[in-house]
Write a new protein. Structure first.
Length: 441
């Protein structure tokens, strides 16, 4: 916590409960920002000290906690709210004159942009502390990206113009599905700006890794870079992780193999239909085993064909055999008590093992046809909830940010505030409010 201006003998707490200000106090108490503030103090040196570094920094955090979309909005609230000024650390004797000017805030933010490495350290420190205090933190990790439009609507023409957008580019996302009546649909989103890549704990809805790129960067590349970050900064978190959860954008042989082979993380990633001929099923005749009466669809569901009648039945998943690297499937006639006229001559009467090496995209440690896969994949909504908070609760729905560095700083601060509030509530035994950004502690 930052050391703020010494409080006056007469405190606003004596006459009124802080209410919403308790949320800010929670952030100030648990955000590991001492190193950043010391660095900012050294940077200021013997220059003017009209506004203490600690107070200005705390007020910027207040702007994030209370969802102010601009510096001017924050300044108006500080001028109006004496409780907030005192909590941030501004001299209560100066009144509204203690509030920094817009230009002072801009200079302060510019200086913060020179120390993005310290913001990253804060983020990583919070992740480590949460891992220590929350049970099974990191067990299920979901990954996704979020489109964030720049305040600039097009590339700036003159590089010397600081009001122009010179770092962003165009991004595009396509969504598709099938309606209840079977009609396919497709929707495309296009924006000019950036993309926030996230890895989130799927049980607590808290970020564990983040990065900001241009809008054109593929989601897959962003996920690979984030897992590289976790490997360097939080190896114990990867060791504790059991499942990596992503949508179709992350359906990639290399990523799937990397998660399982390198980290023993089971990839639970939705699959695209890459069969150009759009066949419903295929045989294994060219595969590792030679059972001709076994077929599979593009999602890895296994079917057996009765040698006598040709009837097709879905085989029951019998579990993953890690030591063999195989998925075991059992005869549906034996498992469900079904009469099979070709049972006597069926070569897979006792079951069959499908090696993951048949196709690493299709055959994964958690079988796509199993109920377990669906239950784990449903946790992917956690990263969507984090994205929703970023947009609505942290002001990215409508903002005034241009430039890659400023966007990284703003995203880092928002996520650090989210983690600090979660850490505070966890240490106060209020786990039920860890996800809340609104309720007071």
């Amino acid at each position: 916590m930052a050391i703020i201006y010494q409080k006056s003998l007469f405190s606003w707490k004596d006459i009124d409960d802080l209410g919403d200000l308790e949320r800010l106090q929670l952030v100030l108490d648990y955000l590991p920002d001492v190193k950043l503030i010391d660095t900012m103090q050294k940077h200021r040196g013997k220059g003017r000290d009209d506004h203490p570094v600690e107070a200005v920094w705390n007020s910027l955090l207040a702007g994030i906690v209370f969802q102010h979309k601009s510096v001017e909005s924050l300044r108006r609230e500080l001028q109006r709210n004496a409780q907030l000024r005192e909590l941030c650390g501004f001299n209560p004797l100066k009144g509204v004159d203690s509030v920094p000017s817009k230009s002072a805030y801009n200079r302060f933010i510019t200086n913060i942009m020179k120390h993005t490495d310290l913001l990253n350290e804060m983020f990583d420190d919070l992740v480590k502390k949460l891992q220590q205090i929350l049970p099974n933190f990191g067990k299920d990790l979901a990954f996704d990206s979020k489109a964030i439009a720049s305040h600039g609507q097009r590339p700036g023409k003159c590089m010397s113009d600081k009001r122009g957008e010179h770092d962003a580019d165009w991004g595009k996302k396509t969504y598709s599905g099938v309606c209840e009546d079977g009609t396919p649909w497709e929707k495309m989103k296009k924006w000019f700006g950036f993309k926030l890549h996230l890895i989130v704990d799927a049980n607590y809805d808290l970020p564990v890794a983040m990065d900001v790129s241009k809008a054109s960067q593929h989601d897959l590349n962003g996920a690979k870079e984030l897992f590289g970050q976790l490997e360097k900064k939080h190896p114990s978190l990867l060791e504790a992780c059991e499942n990596g959860i992503g949508d179709k954008a992350y359906d990639d042989m290399q990523l799937i193999s990397q998660l399982w082979d390198k980290h023993r993380i089971k990839p639970v990633i939705d699959i695209r239909n890459m069969w150009k001929d759009k066949e419903e099923t295929r045989t294994f005749e060219n595969g590792i085993h030679k059972y001709k009466n076994i077929t599979h669809d593009y999602k890895g569901t296994i079917f057996c064909h009765c040698p006598e009648t040709g009837e097709i039945r879905k085989m029951k998943f019998g579990g993953f055999e890690e030591d063999r690297g195989t998925l075991k499937y059992l005869c549906p006639a034996l498992q469900y008590g079904i009469e099979c006229k070709g049972a006597a001559q069926c070569p897979v009467r006792k079951g069959v093992r499908i090696a993951m090496e048949e196709n690493r995209r299709i055959f994964t440690p958690v079988a796509r046809s199993s109920y377990k896969w669906k239950a784990i994949y449903n946790k992917r909504s956690s990263v969507e909830r984090v994205n929703s908070r970023i947009e609505t609760s942290f002001g990215f729905e409508r903002h005034f940010i241009r430039g890659m560095t400023k966007m990284k700083v703003r995203c880092s601060l928002a996520l650090c505030v989210m983690l600090a509030m979660a850490l505070g509530r966890a240490k106060q035994n209020m786990q039920e409010q860890i996800r809340s950004l609104v309720k007071a502690a």
